[in-house]
Design a protein around this ligand. Structure first.
Ligand code: G
Ligand code: G
Ligand code: NA
Ligand code: MN
Length: 252
């Protein structure tokens, strides 16, 4: 209960902040998108990671407030970078099952997209969204697609019934979980699984992002496998929003 009131204060006083992790187009090598990762800049305890406060927020209504803040604040950062001539990027936001199935989400998206095109926003959801309420999820996805907003299936391959969801739902992007990427370095079966998922996704007219790229071997393998985009510590760690303009200006 104490944590909950502290979290409400954190929202009211804007103590949350975003770290943005670059995603790169694997064909052109261009940085074209950022994933928003929330942190709590605690006035006394310093930077607190999301696994220490999201589960608590998920139990009540605070998670909805947090999600709205992440979307509007993240889009403001993206708009700011463009205005400053630092590039035109897309923003990807993580949403839990409850956040995605919130009946106010679509109206909120419409408000946020009044001065930026919907195709500059991607919603990352996990398969458990679909397990808990696939009918509602499908309807939100359709409405998001009508706004131009894309939907990515995060942590792909770690849940259940992934293949039937791919058939039924208007998912645009598959984010291959990093647990599939790590073993590709020394395991032939892992490489074949990754190559096959990429081929399958392309046949279904979806793009693939690989996450957890940590070595040059991962990168080369994914490029050779025609993966579309990549993210990971080899390419860039998540960047504090405060440092982002300087880093982009220096072209690092
Ligand atoms: O940033 P980090 O690697 O610590 O993220 C840990 C987890 O927290 C990841 O699974 C990530 O998807 C999740 N996460 C980060 N930011 C958000 C957010 O804004 N909303 C939700 N629901 N989850 C987030
Ligand atoms: O669940 P989700 O895919 O949203 O997880 C995002 C989390 O993954 C963030 O906390 C981020 O810090 C972490 N992450 C990003 N790139 C890498 C990477 O290359 N290796 C590892 N181990 N974690 C990563
Ligand atoms: Na994610
Ligand atoms: Mn993931």
């Amino acid at each position: 209960l104490e944590l909950e009131s502290e979290l409400q204060t954190a929202l009211d006083q804007e103590q949350f902040c975003l770290f943005l992790q670059p995603k790169f187009d694997l064909v052109t090598g261009v940085l074209d998108s950022f994933e928003a990762l929330v942190r709590w800049r605690h006035p006394e305890k310093g930077m607190i990671m999301p696994n220490h406060f999201i589960p608590q927020m998920e139990e009540g209504e605070l998670i909805f407030q947090l999600g709205r803040w992440v979307i509007s604040h993240g889009l403001n950062i993206i708009k700011g970078l463009e205005k400053s001539g630092l590039g035109k990027y897309k923003l990807a936001v993580n949403l839990s099952a409850r956040q995605f199935c919130d009946d106010k989400l679509v109206d909120y998206l419409k408000d946020c997209l009044s001065d930026i095109s919907g195709d500059r926003l991607e919603l990352e959801i996990t398969e458990n969204v679909l397990i808990h309420s696939s009918g509602l999820a499908a309807s939100v996805m359709k409405q998001a697609n009508e706004l131009g907003v894309t939907v990515a299936l995060d942590d792909f391959g770690t849940g259940y019934s992934s293949l039937s969801y791919l058939r039924q739902l208007p998912v645009d992007v598959i984010k291959l979980d990093r647990s599939f990427i790590a073993p590709t370095e020394d395991n032939q079966e892992s490489r074949m699984i990754v190559e096959s998922v990429i081929d399958l996704a392309h046949k279904l007219n979806k793009t693939v992002v690989a996450e957890g790229i940590e070595t040059q071997e991962h990168l080369t393998f994914l490029q050779n496998s025609r993966c579309d985009s990549a993210q990971g510590f080899l390419l860039s760690k998540p960047i504090d929003e405060i440092d982002l303009p300087d880093i982009l200006a220096k072209g690092e």
